[in-house]
Design a protein around this ligand. Structure first.
Ligand SMILES: O=C(O)c1cccc(C(=O)CC[C@H]2O[C@@H](n3cnc4c(=O)[nH]cnc43)[C@H](O)[C@@H]2O)c1
Length: 221
């Protein structure tokens, strides 16, 4: 089974690719762009190309760095999504945020296969929980608290997972999301982002994930 790993930027792509040194599963790692729209377009293009070439992907993984909700997901830790949720896809009303699903449209959540999430978490030491997809990086304590209140199981936020998952869903391919925490979700302090530590955690995590991806080939969960 072929696997597509979609990161946002080239440094994340290279951090993932560094994990596949020895005999690796049949994995392509691409930098699909920042934000849900470009991530969805790039992922859908890669999936379509592979299908037309007669070598379709059987799993898509959204991967990269992300913000972690403290104290549950500290900087340097790994999070695997048991739920990939678009946290700002909806309407602001006088009574608060309303997701598009309550307006009668589309979807706001994709759920990766449970057995794969369990296996990935066990192999890598990642915590499993919701990973939120946002178009705007959270920059205040109030916004972080509002997100956690709306999504009590949220461990992390990033900007691509839902877009990647929408593309995978359109192709009938399962999706997984793994994030290495580079910064806390909360008041903006860009200088404090530990991007190097998070990229190292991403490489280590994918090294431990390789046997899980290998065995997932034979799985039909
Ligand atoms: O400095 C900024 O304000 C800023 C605004 C937009 C994007 C960035 C990035 O560096 C994006 C890189 C990549 O990192 C993921 N990421 C990392 N931490 C977070 C976060 O706390 N909230 C959301 N996304 C985060 C994201 O997936 C981006 O692709 C910087």
């Amino acid at each position: 089974m072929r696997i597509l790993v979609a990161t946002a930027v080239p440094v994340e792509r290279d951090a993932v690719a560094r994990a596949f040194t020895g005999p690796a599963p049949d994995v392509d790692v691409v930098a699909a762009g920042v934000g849900p729209a470009l991530a969805a377009a790039s992922t859908a293009t890669a999936l379509t190309r592979a299908a037309l070439a007669g070598a379709p992907y059987g799993l898509v993984v959204s991967a990269g760095i992300g913000g972690g909700f403290l104290p549950h997901a500290p900087v340097g830790s790994l999070v695997v999504a048991d739920e990939i949720t678009a946290a700002d896809l909806g309407a602001e009303t006088a009574d608060g945020f309303v997701p598009v699903t309550e307006l009668g449209f589309g979807a706001v959540t994709h759920r990766p296969p449970e057995a794969l999430v369990r296996a990935a978490a066990a192999a890598t030491g990642a915590r499993a929980g919701a990973v939120l997809t946002v178009s705007t990086v959270t920059g205040t304590a109030a916004r972080a608290a509002a997100l956690r209140e709306r999504h009590p199981t949220a461990l992390a936020e990033a900007m691509e997972g839902f877009g990647v998952a929408e593309a995978a869903g359109a192709h009938g391919v399962p999706v997984l999301e793994i994030r290495a925490v580079s910064n806390p979700v909360g008041p903006r302090d860009r200088a404090a982002w530990r991007i190097g530590d998070a990229l190292a955690a991403l490489t280590e995590g994918f090294g431990k994930l390789t046997p899980v991806l290998e065995s997932w080939r034979h799985h039909d969960d």
